[in-house]
Design a protein around this ligand. Structure first.
Ligand code: ACO
Length: 317
């Protein structure tokens, strides 16, 4: 049904911030972060925006797909940390690569890349689209409270992109939203209106870590089971799992509960941390570049995050 992935790309900013670097900002330790989260270092932007990362990732994806910007008919980007609402991240990519197609952003926090992919699939199924670029791009360092040790050790910056084209490789998908601010909340800038009397919250990511953890493990397990069943496959048929890189313990739990060996999971959290909507996209690019994925392989992708939201899909490579 609908699509196949033609090429992928990714980009992370050059500056690496280690766990030891963070001990100079907050009361934490390399040991705690490695054991409780699984992150050793993350890439943090010095002067580039989420749109800049997206441009690099999209250019690489186009090169990997072997197509030109004129052959792109749609660009969709997912981000919660863009530096401008307009132009959108996707619009900035469109201008930078010299495409002339519609381009727009969507937001579903860490699940955003899979929501964007599913949206691109719907457009492709409608017909008339040769190639679409789907992007997840985040400068999470912009929306982190760097004095809060429970969040600042987790996140990182970066972008991933995939070029998708009509094919028969999107076997099943599921999107989930439970709109509420109780577990995760990322308020945006409250503005300076002299008339507004409502609460202006700090524009940082807040989350109840343990509740998010429970939600993540159950959604990753249930969603992957559901889409596998819907695709008419068994869990043993899955060759690769591309999970959201939020916490290595979440991935470990999901691997055990699904009885899918850990070796089948793409894991890069130790190098990048949680890059939100970019996370699955970067991991997908790493899987592609590793040469481990072959045409016909079954790939499960799964993400969860703010919203609350979750998404999963099964693709045949
Ligand atoms: N260094 C040292 N100690 C810390 C740190 C730190 N960086 N952070 C918290 N602690 C302390 C706490 O203060 C607490 O101390 P106390 O017992 O004295 O009160 C102790 O460690 C345990 O705190 P918990 O919050 O229970 O730690 P937990 O093991 O649950 O780990 C974490 C916290 C890493 C946030 C975990 O719950 C998690 O990964 N949750 C899921 C996060 C996630 O998936 N987010 C994705 C969505 S985000 C989005 O969409 C924007």
């Amino acid at each position: 049904m609908a699509i196949k992935i033609l090429g992928t790309g990714s980009y992370v900013p050059e500056k690496i911030v280690t766990n030891d670097d963070l001990t100079k900002l907050v009361d934490t330790s390399d040991e705690w972060i490695v054991q409780r989260v699984g992150v050793k270092e993350r890439h943090i932007s010095v002067n580039e925006t989420a749109a800049d990362f997206a441009i690099y990732a999209a250019k690489e994806a186009l090169e990997s797909a072997g197509i030109s910007a004129e052959e792109v008919d749609l660009i969709i980007a997912a981000s919660v940390s863009a530096d401008s609402v307009s132009p959108t991240v996707a619009g900035s990519v469109q201008a930078a690569i010299g495409a002339s197609c519609p381009a727009f952003d969507i937001n579903s926090a860490c699940s955003g890349f899979l929501f964007a992919l599913d949206t691109a699939v719907s457009y492709i199924m409608r017909g008339g689209i040769r190639n679409a670029i789907v992007i997840g791009a985040e400068r999470m360092s912009k929306i982190i409270d760097w004095t809060d040790r429970s969040t600042c050790v987790i996140f990182g910056d970066g972008a991933g992109a995939a070029v998708v084209t009509p094919g028969d490789g999107y076997l099943a998908s599921k999107l989930f939203t439970s709109g509420s601010n109780e577990v995760i909340e990322i308020p945006s800038y409250g503005g300076d209106s002299p008339f507004f009397e409502g609460e202006k919250k700090k524009p940082y990511a807040f989350m109840d870590g343990q509740e998010t953890f429970k939600f993540a493990v159950s959604k990753m397990t249930d969603d992957v089971k559901l889409v596998t069943e819907e695709a008419g496959l068994r869990l043993e048929d899955i060759d690769h799992v591309v999970p959201h890189q939020a916490n290595i313990r979440i991935i470990d739990f999901a691997s055990k509960r699904l009885k899918i060996p850990k070796e089948k999971f793409v894991v890069n959290i130790e190098r990048y941390g949680n890059t939100s909507a970019a996370s699955v996209a970067i991991a997908l690019d790493e899987l592609n570049k590793s040469g481990r994925v072959k045409r016909g392989d079954i790939v499960a992708m799964s993400a969860f995050g703010g919203g609350l939201s979750s998404a999963a899909c099964i693709i045949k490579w």
